[in-house]
Design a protein around this ligand. Structure first.
Ligand code: PA5
Length: 444
């Protein structure tokens, strides 16, 4: 099965015939994706990636991961956006961050270059003290400011600590195959390098070396991850109204046209927090353009029912929820009977927390339905590697189909440039002099 679309909780919000009405548009979107006739078709490398990836590089990724595991206590992964979120999402989903930090024989993995905060960088420097450190710097363009700053710092740190030669053996670069500042630096220094394929955009790159090297360093089975994604690629590329991925894309588009302009991704597993973040980038950057798009938001329940729950139940009726229903927890936890029962919880005795969590989910879906919030449920077996690989591909493909249904190019991100230009101008980067004066006048 791996991901099943359950539309039961759309009853009363979406009629079944609306799926038939939108289906010809889904077929067109499918055709655009398959025959590469849609906008952004230079960036469709992710479509067949799980079936058709570079086996030689894959073997090098595994070998590099083994070396890092054997000689490293702390791996610093430098990157931002698509060069960051996927790896962190998978690492935290498959193991939990607490479990990995305490129990696993693999390096602790920390992420840098995804913020300009000096506090965050200072914290990492302290964490590295007395530990064996390696760095994986990831940037497709090789010029992104946030990771470039972090890499400048960690390159110097490793060189001072280990000497230039050993530092070079502890730095792994993932970047463009041919061009960019990072590529030039990696070649000049002789860093072991991995490739971000030209035809795979950052937010679709988790199943390339961008995600796979850090994920393998966490001891996660990348063969199973790719196998799950390959199974999804096989199953979900069949254009049929029973295609769960296409039903999901259709449902969110039908809801959007009905005025629900916010999609909240919901999980009941804290380990899913960074998957939520990955999802938000994938959908936000792909759809939010030309004045259109669903705004992706997320919650982790039941935690966030105690903060966002009031709004979802009772606030402005602008959102629908997509609940990722993960059937099996890694380890359940039994509630024991207590002879005194002073907390009144004996009605739960003998029950696993997985069951309690499930009842919280079902109760919440029904309550939110009553409050006027449509719910889509995506059912998946587990957060194991295979199922997660399937889920990742499911979301990627649904995102592409959704973008085409919306009439946008899901593979560009022109809006991301505006802040960069202003930041460079305000920082006095050469070439931005005119803008600097203009912006300073506005700031007063
Ligand atoms: O999805 C994207 O394209 C972006 O999020 C990029 O991945 C992000 O800006 C980082 O870019 P780069 O990998 O070139 O440093």
């Amino acid at each position: 099965m791996s991901v099943r679309f359950n539309g039961k909780y759309l009853n009363g919000f979406v009629r079944e015939d609306e799926f038939s009405h939108i289906w010809p548009q889904v077929e067109l979107a499918h055709k655009q994706l398959e025959d590469r006739s849609g906008p952004g078709s230079d960036f469709l490398g992710w479509v067949n990636l799980p079936r058709d990836y570079d086996r030689e590089e894959f073997a090098r990724i595994k070998a590099a991961a083994q070396k890092i595991i054997s000689d490293t206590d702390v791996l610093i992964v430098i990157g931002i956006g698509g060069s960051y979120l996927g790896a962190r999402a998978v690492i935290e989903a498959v193991g939990s961050i607490q479990y990995n930090s305490v129990c696993k024989a693999t390096p602790q993995i920390f992420f840098a270059g995804n913020t300009i905060s000096p506090n965050a960088l200072n914290d990492l420097m302290v964490i590295c003290e007395g530990k064996r450190v390696s760095v994986n710097v990831i940037s497709k363009s090789g010029t992104t400011t946030e990771p470039a700053i972090a890499f400048r710092v960690f390159k110097k740190y490793l060189e001072e600590r280990y000497g230039v030669e050993e530092a070079r053996k502890r730095i792994y670069a993932t970047t463009d195959a041919r061009k960019g500042t990072l590529k030039e630096l990696a070649d000049a220094e002789g860093y072991e390098s991995f490739v971000v394929p030209d035809d795979v955009g950052g937010r679709f790159s988790v199943l390339t070396a961008v995600g796979l090297l850090p994920i393998a360093c966490a001891g996660i089975d990348i063969d199973a991850l790719m196998a799950g994604a390959a199974a999804a690629a096989d199953k979900l590329s069949v254009c049929d109204p029973t295609n769960d991925c296409y039903r999901y894309a259709a449902a969110r588009n039908i809801l959007y046209r009905r005025g629900y302009c916010v999609e909240t991704l919901v999980s009941y597993e804290p380990n899913f927090t960074m998957m939520n973040e990955w999802f938000k980038q994938l959908y936000g950057e792909s759809e939010g353009k030309d004045g259109k798009g669903l705004m992706p938001t997320s919650v982790i329940n039941s935690t966030d029912l105690h903060s966002m729950g009031q709004f979802v139940q009772d606030g402005a009726r602008i959102m629908f929820e997509t609940v990722v229903d993960i059937k099996k927890p890694v380890r359940d936890f039994l509630v024991e009977a207590d002879a005194e029962n002073r907390d009144g919880l004996n009605f739960l005795a003998g029950m696993g927390l997985a069951e309690v969590n499930r009842k919280a989910m079902l109760g919440t879906i029904l309550a939110h339905n009553d409050g006027g919030v449509p719910n889509i449920v995506l059912e998946t077996e587990s957060l194991g590697e295979y199922d997660l690989g399937y889920l990742i591909y499911f979301f990627e493909r649904a995102c592409a189909i959704s973008g085409y249904l919306l009439g946008v190019n899901p593979f560009d991100q022109p809006g991301v440039e505006s802040y960069k230009k202003n930041m460079f101008a305000l920082l006095g980067k050469p070439g931005y002099e005119a803008q600097k004066a203009e912006l300073e006048a506005k700031l007063g």
